[in-house]
Ligand binder design. Structure first.
Ligand code: TYM
Length: 323
């Protein structure tokens, strides 16, 4: 059976970009594959956190993942720091990752420019991400477009490990959705919607009220030529609305463009589609209590360890560590 693995950081609120670019696919893929989904709390530590913030973020993220429809029985849902092997393999992967490769990562360049403190962990972050994926003999990784470069690096370092130590690791592929792989900020449609950009009016959060969502779409930045056309390069704002609506209704953005003549109606319909998608998610998470979530995560960590431990042992054997 195909093994699927993906992760999400528990920093900040989960937003529409996460949902459309990744989580919708996570839910779909759990029915066809052996799916393992991870709340990557160690990754979130690469940017400064207040003590305690990460624990709350982790439980909040788990609540959202369960509410969007991740099935904790049929799939595996767990917290990265609960499975120690992630960090052990992280170190090994760092030894087969080139310094130059890490320096070319656009996420590192962006984040190191935006933050006052650039930690060494922000630089080596992609090696930990590679370890997350490789630890589970992963075939397919569902992610948004911004993770493409990290996934390519994962493939390169897995292949390098295999050529150095013999065929040990499964080389994974990414799965990026055709529509909505890059949801843009509603106020700055040249930038992707992001937890780390301080743009509250441009970011639709999964816990926004219907009124907040409607307002954010109403004020979404478009352009002045009043033509509804899907053309991300020259019409990023309008194209963003079309791809969001496309992802909500499972329709090609180009096809949707044909049925609109006015930006106003497109904004109203996109807001409505998002509100209707988010409503049942919010209802479900209100019904989830922390004890239930914690029990699911503990069970998930046990299932994850059972997969990760033999793979880690295979890596130790391949490297030839004295045991
Ligand atoms: P993170 O936490 O930033 O985002 C989680 C998922 O959401 C997708 N995403 C988007 N998709 C479309 N439009 C957007 N504006 C948008 N913003 C975020 C991301 O592509 C991602 O799929 N490095 C990863 C976490 C990670 C991981 C892994 C992922 C750690 N280990 C192993 C996969 C496999 C990250 O920071 O995602």
């Amino acid at each position: 059976m195909t093994r699927v693995f993906s992760g999400i950081q528990p920093s900040g609120t989960i937003h529409l970009g996460n949902y459309v670019g990744a989580l919708m696919n996570w839910v779909k893929m759990q029915d066809e594959a052996d799916a393992i989904y991870c709340i990557v709390d160690l990754h979130a530590l690469t940017l400064p956190q207040e003590p305690g913030e990460i624990a709350q973020g982790t439980i909040d993220a788990a609540r959202v993942l369960l509410a969007v429809g991740i099935d904790p029985e049929g799939s595996t849902l767990f917290v990265q720091s609960h499975v120690r092997e992630h960090n052990e393999l992280n170190w090994i992967m760092q030894t087969v990752t080139a310094y130059g490769e890490l320096g070319r990562m656009t996420q590192f360049k962006d984040k190191s420019e935006r933050n006052v403190f650039t930690s060494a962990s922000l630089f080596t972050y992609p090696a930990l991400q590679a370890a997350d994926i490789l630890l589970y003999d992963t075939d397919v990784v569902p992610v948004g477009d911004d993770q493409r470069q990290h996934l390519e690096l994962t493939r390169d370092v897995a292949a390098r490990f295999n050529s150095r130590y013999g065929d040990t690791l499964v080389v994974p592929e990414h799965r990026i959705p055709p529509s909505g792989a890059r949801v843009m900020d509603l106020q700055n449609p040249e930038n992707k919607m992001s937890k780390s950009l301080d743009s509250p009016a441009g970011t639709v959060n999964i816990d926004d009220t219907p009124a907040q969502i409607a307002k954010k779409f109403k004020r979404a930045v478009t352009d002045n030529d009043n033509e509804v056309r899907y053309d991300p390069a020259s019409k990023p704002g309008v194209s963003n609305l079309l791809s969001i609506l496309g992802a909500m209704t499972d329709t090609e953005p180009e096809t949707l463009a044909e049925s609109y003549t006015q930006y106003g109606q497109l904004k109203v319909d996109t807001a409505e589609a998002v509100i209707e998608k988010i409503r049942p998610i919010q209802e479900r998470w209100e019904a989830l209590d922390e004890a239930t979530i914690k029990a699911h995560l503990e069970n998930g960590a046990n299932k994850a360890r059972a997969v990760a431990q033999p793979v880690m042992q295979r890596v130790r054997d391949a490297v030839g560590l004295y045991q």
